[in-house]
Design a protein around this ligand. Structure first.
Ligand code: NAP
Ligand code: 3JN
Length: 348
């Protein structure tokens, strides 16, 4: 029998904001890679990328790129996943997909390992990584639901521009300089690349993330609502969301209001279950002005929670402030955790 040299791993969208973080995470976690295949569109094919001190040349993603691949990590947009994920699965790969293409599909597990790892084993080749805003919120909701029950969630997000990709990051950089130089701003990417209207993000706040749906909510808001119910296995949970883009680069912050089911729950009890939950760091000490911020969370893989307060009118209502690096726990880190779980539990 030949010696096992590691898994064949393909990264689709390797040149993108999420793809770059996936590579950093695979390196950091010393993922057992035997062969690494980096894929992008035709545009970046031929680009060289350093990984573990070795240079890899990016190739255009095609169905045959997945011959022999064990694990394919997709983050190149929903249309690429729809076109190529099944091609990868048909060639024997398990796909961890970072897009919304299959998240709500029956039979596709939607996974945050700290919350619903065991759902992974029901996969038929594709496992979906939730939206970044959903991931950090459900990580905080799960321990509360398990201990006190959960009836209602109202969330407002404060989202970094890196969630909208590398072009949006460049737009904020250039626009901030132009604004301070008193130059005219020419927004072309945000709020949504490809939409008719664009608005300045520098020194602004845009209450639109992704496209509007017929019900008046944006797609990002509907992702949070539907994905939360699926991950927590709770169709009856009442969830509403307002998603807002703000002019900082990394980490999403969320103001989350929850109503629990049990009576007489105290702030101390909520803090205690959060402090003991996997992947959560409680930073909550108002007397010393201790609370998480996006800048401080950037580059870290945990979900940070602070500002736990009891609602003044609703005896079962509590407010939380939840912050996490949107490209790490919100995307790359969570995807690689799923891949690790597949291996650790023999679920490949
Ligand atoms: P990005 O910075 O714009 O990068 C897009 C990546 O996709 C690039 O590598 C690009 O390659 C590649 N790509 C584009 N068209 C392709 C094609 N036809 N075939 C193969 N590769 C193609 O965007 P990003 O921020 O990394 O996001 C990428 C996707 O990840 C998003 O569309 C979204 O679905 C998902 N995402 C998920 C989360 C989450 O919440 N979990 C967060 C952010 C993004 P080139 O260099 O050749 O253009
Ligand atoms: O805007 C953000 O902060 C997160 C964006 C995520 C995103 C961007 C473009 C397409 C997604 C996603 O993961 O939900 C998608 C998509 O796949 O629909």
């Amino acid at each position: 029998m030949s010696e096992f040299k590691g898994y064949q791993v393909a990264v689709v969208g390797a040149t993108g904001a999420v793809g770059q973080k996936i590579l950093e995470t695979l390196e950091k976690k010393q993922f057992p890679i035997g062969k690494l295949i980096l894929l992008s569109s035709k545009r970046s094919a031929g680009t060289n990328i350093k990984f573990n001190d070795q240079i890899y040349t990016v190739k255009e993603a095609k169905p045959e790129s997945f011959e022999g691949v064990d694990i394919a990590l997709f983050s190149a947009g929903g249309s690429v996943s729809k076109a190529l994920a099944h091609e990868a699965v048909n060639r024997g790969a398990v796909v961890v997909d970072n897009t919304s293409a299959f998240r709500m599909a029956e039979g596709v597990p939607l996974i945050v390992p700290e919350v619903n790892e065991s759902d992974i084993q029901k996969h038929s080749g594709i496992i979906a990584n939730p939206n970044c805003s959903t991931i950090q919120m459900v990580a905080a909701l799960k321990p509360i639901k398990d201990s006190f029950g959960l009836k209602r969630v109202l969330v407002s997000t404060y989202q970094a521009v890196s969630g909208a990709g590398n072009q949006a990051v460049e737009e904020l950089s250039e626009q901030s300089q132009a604004f301070l130089n008193g130059e005219e701003l020419e927004p072309a990417v945000l709020p949504v690349s490809g939409e008719k209207n664009h608005y300045p993000i520098a020194f602004n706040a845009l209450p639109q993330i992704d496209v509007f749906q017929e019900n008046g909510y944006t797609f990002e808001e509907m992702k949070m609502i539907n994905e939360t119910k699926k991950i927590l296995h709770d169709d009856k949970l009442s969830v509403a969301a307002t998603c807002v883009r703000l002019p900082f680069f990394t980490s999403h912050a969320e103001s989350v209001y929850v109503e629990v089911e049990k009576d007489q729950i105290t702030v101390d009890e909520i803090q205690e279950v959060l402090a003991n939950a996997p992947g959560i760091v409680l930073e909550d000490d108002p007397t010393n002005q201790v609370y998480p911020t996006p800048l401080e969370a950037a580059g870290k893989s945990d979900v940070f929670v602070g500002r736990v307060r009891k609602d003044l009118d609703q005896p079962k209502g509590f407010h939380l402030w939840v912050v996490s690096d949107n490209l790490l726990k919100g995307a790359a880190w969570n995807s690689v955790q799923i891949a690790e779980s597949l291996i650790k539990n023999n679920w490949l």
